[in-house]
Structures are given as structure tokens and as C-alpha cells.
Design a binder for this molecule. Structure first.
Ligand SMILES: [Zn+2]
Length: 424
């Protein structure tokens, strides 16, 4: 890392360059006020923010490769005047991320910005201030919980890693389908066997995927990762906006019991300081509320895809829910195959994805869902090794009944949606 002073100078230089080309860079943390609430919440849990909310610098990159990456960045700086505006914008953001102290929670808030922009009024009317942040758990899920008048929307670090692994392998699959399949199944197996997602490793897909291709395939991989993480956050925001947070019963999610051996707790940075916390308080919504939070999240993402800065990203926004729920489907099947029960209050991921697919048609986004369909192909291939794995059915009268109830609750018009209303 550069020294703090150097880093400030570099950030100013990057911002000046962007201004010269009239390129708007997003702020390093668009919602700094959330960080204060989030840190107070962590402290109230007996957790040290410095341990939980780690600096997301070049963590994945081994020391010996960092010099190489800096050289590549320098090379980029020298050829900046040849870059098109959108390419330069991505590049400058990358340089800034790799040269400043980015907290993981502020990265999460950057990707949540379009969501919070599009639903600002709905969130305001819920009378709760939002604080988005990461939790050190290596599970594949998100949580929300009220904390002194604020809604804490928390994503576990494990989810972010598994999503990243999937999206990188999705692109690597174009060159080596077998490699992608084996690596993805291994990541799922490790998670199911240990209760802990393995971190995305630097070696992953090296030679199969061009990580410096900002405009092309890596842009798609990053966009898919962002969209799946956005869906995770948006689902939690849905619980806030739909007032599940003020109405729902709180329940303790036991940290210990969720995990099979070898325990994840032994690797948690805060274990030594937070021994008394074997459970966290989270809301426990009904199945109907979970479906509604999914629908709210999906619809909010479709709306966010129309923001000027997000132009052309509809196929990515459409795919976010499919990536997240598809991974959840695989994890559920893999867990059942091992006889592991996942204590979870959510309906099955297969049912949730079926309703998302219906909503894609209902909102008129069939054409834009082509990345989601390609994601389904990979999901199906990965899941095929588990005996009870299945993709959502083309048509299910039982699930259409669930969908009807959920869509009516959400106030969606079902006029002309005979594929739902005629098949119940
Ligand atoms: Zn939920």
C-alpha cells in the first residue's frame, strides 16, 4: 500500500483527471452517516469494527504479484488518453480502490447506491434510517435487524465471496467448462462440509479469465457479482420498506448451531473478544413476507436499471436474483444430500426463483433476461450431481397460487397475465 499522504495525493490526481474528461466518479463512501450507525451496532454486539469491517485492498493478491498489478496500473495511467470515457471511468475507480483504504462496508454501500436512490421515498416513509454493512460470518445469506431506530441491513462476507467465485467461473466456463464445473462444485462442497465459504483465491481462473478486460468479459463478471450482491442487499431493504422490520418477531439465529465441524468460529476474528455472542438477533419473517421481500428487491432492481448511470445494465440487473437464488438452490440440494438441515426461515430457493421468473415475464423483461437464462444453464449443470436437484418447473399450479397471493399483495396488475391466472 502507499503511505496515507501519497494515497491522498493520488486520489486528488485521479479526481482531477476525471474532472478534466468530465467523468463523474462515485464518492468513496456515498453514505458516510451509515458507517457511524453501523459501527455503533457492532460495538453494541461486542464486536470491534476494525476486525469486522476489514480494509478491502488487494487482499486476494499475493504480495509477490502486487508489484505486477501496480505496474499494470501504471501502464494504464500512461495510456489513459487513448481510453474511451467509460473505460477510463472503470480504470480510475480501480486505481482509486487499490490505492485507498476501502472498508468492505463502504464498497457494499457504493453498490447499493442505485437501489437507495430509486427507493428513497419508500425507505423514508418506513421511518427507519438504513445502515448497510458487512458481518464477519462466512455464511451464504443476509440479515436485517432493528437497532435503536435504525434498520441494520447486513451481508455476511461468505455470501460476497461465493458470489464472486460463481461469477468469475461463469466467465471462465467459456474457455474451460470442466474447470469451471469442478471448481464451483468444490466451493459448494467446502461450504456444505464446513459451514464456511472459502475466500475467493487469487489463482482462481488465472489464464482462463482476463481480469484486466474492463470493458469486456471482466466487466460482465464484475457486473454480475454486483447485481447478485445488490439483490442480497435489496431483499433486506425490502423487509424494511415493507415494514417487516417493525412488525416481525425477533429471533436469535444461533451462530454455533448453524455450523458443522470444523467450526467456523475458530477462524472468526472476533471470537476472542465476543465469546458471549453465540447468537445474533434477527427478524424472522413469514414465508409470505420473504416472497414479498424478493419481489420488492427484484422490482426495485429493475427500476434502478433505468437510472441514467445504469443505462444498458438491464440484463445484469435481471440476473442478480437468479445468481443468488440459483446458488442457494445448489447449497440446499448439496446440504440435503449430506443429511444436513439448514435452519432457515426462508421458503425453498427453487420456489423463490420460480416466482422471480414469473415476475420477469410480468414486468415485461423477458428479452433482457438472457444473462439470467445463461446463469440457469450453469446452475443446472452444477446441481446435476445432487440426487434431488431440480430447476424451477416451467409451470406449477401450486406455485402459481402462491405467486397470485404474493403479486396481489405487492399490488401488481395481473391483467393479461393469463400464464399465471389461468393456471392455478
Ligand atoms: Zn428475508
Amino acid at each position: 500500500m502507499l503511505g496515507a499522504g501519497d494515497s491522498d495525493e493520488l486520489v486528488s490526481a485521479i479526481e482531477a483527471l476525471a474532472a478534466e474528461r468530465k467523468i463523474r466518479l462515485p464518492p468513496i463512501d456515498p453514505f458516510p452517516e451509515q458507517q457511524a450507525i453501523y459501527e455503533r451496532y457492532l460495538l453494541s454486539m461486542g464486536l470491534d469494527p476494525k476486525d469486522v469491517d476489514q480494509i478491502a485492498d488487494l487482499q486476494r493478491v499475493p504480495e509477490q504479484n502486487r508489484a505486477m498489478i501496480r505496474a499494470a496500473l501504471l501502464q494504464g495511467i500512461l495510456s489513459m488518453d487513448k481510453m474511451a470515457d467509460d473505460e477510463l471511468r472503470t480504470f480510475l475507480m480501480l486505481v482509486r480502490t487499490s490505492s485507498t483504504e476501502h472498508r468492505a462496508s463502504s464498497l457494499l454501500r457504493i453498490i447499493s447506491q442505485p437501489l437507495l436512490t430509486i427507493c428513497a421515498d419508500e425507505i423514508a416513509s418506513s421511518e427507519m434510517s438504513i445502515a448497510i454493512g458487512v458481518m464477519p460470518m462466512r455464511w451464504f445469506n443476509g440479515q436485517s435487524t432493528p437497532y435503536s431506530g435504525s434498520a441494520m441491513c447486513l451481508a455476511s462476507m461468505g455470501s460476497l465471496d461465493l458470489i464472486e467465485i460463481f461469477c468469475v467461473l461463469f466467465m471462465a466456463r467459456l474457455k474451460d467448462p470442466q474447470y469451471a464445473l469442478v471448481q464451483m462444485r468444490e466451493a459448494v462442497e467446502i461450504y456444505v462440509n464446513t459451514g464456511s465459504v472459502k475466500p475467493a483465491e487469487f489463482e482462481l481462473a488465472q489464464g482462463l479469465h482476463d481480469f484486466s478486460d474492463y470493458k469486456g468479459k471482466n466487466g460482465v463478471a464484475v457486473g454480475m457479482t454486483t447485481a447478485a450482491e445488490q439483490f442480497l442487499v435489496a431483499h433486506e431493504l425490502g423487509h424494511v420498506s415493507l415494514r417487516h422490520l417493525s412488525d416481525a418477531t425477533l429471533g436469535a439465529t444461533p451462530c454455533r448451531e448453524l455450523l458443522s465441524e470444523p467450526s467456523l468460529l475458530s477462524r472468526m476474528p472476533w471470537r476472542a473478544t465476543a465469546k458471549k455472542h453465540t447468537a445474533i438477533q434477527v427478524i424472522q419473517p413469514s414465508h409470505s413476507d420473504e416472497y414479498c421481500a424478493d419481489q420488492w428487491a427484484f422490482h426495485t432492481m429493475l427500476r434502478a436499471s433505468t437510472l441514467p448511470d445504469e443505462e444498458g445494465k438491464e440484463p445484469l440487473y435481471c440476473a442478480g436474483a437468479t445468481i443468488f437464488l440459483g446458488l442457494a438452490m445448489i447449497i440446499e440440494s448439496a446440504s440435503r444430500a449430506k443429511g444436513i438441515m439448514i435452519p432457515d426461515t426462508h421458503p425453498s430457493a427453487l420456489n423463490r426463483l420460480y416466482l422471480i421468473q414469473l415476475a420477469t415475464e410480468l414486468h415485461g423483461f423477458h428479452e433482457e433476461a438472457y444473462i439470467a437464462r445463461r446463469v440457469c444453464e450453469f446452475i443446472e449443470e452444477i446441481g446435476a450431481c445432487y440426487p434431488d436437484f431440480a430447476m424451477p418447473p416451467i409451470l406449477s399450479r401450486d406455485l402459481n397460487q402462491v405467486a397470485l397471493e404474493v403479486f396481489r399483495k405487492m399490488g401488481y396488475s395481473l391483467d393479461g397475465a393469463t400464464y399465471i391466472t389461468d393456471f392455478v
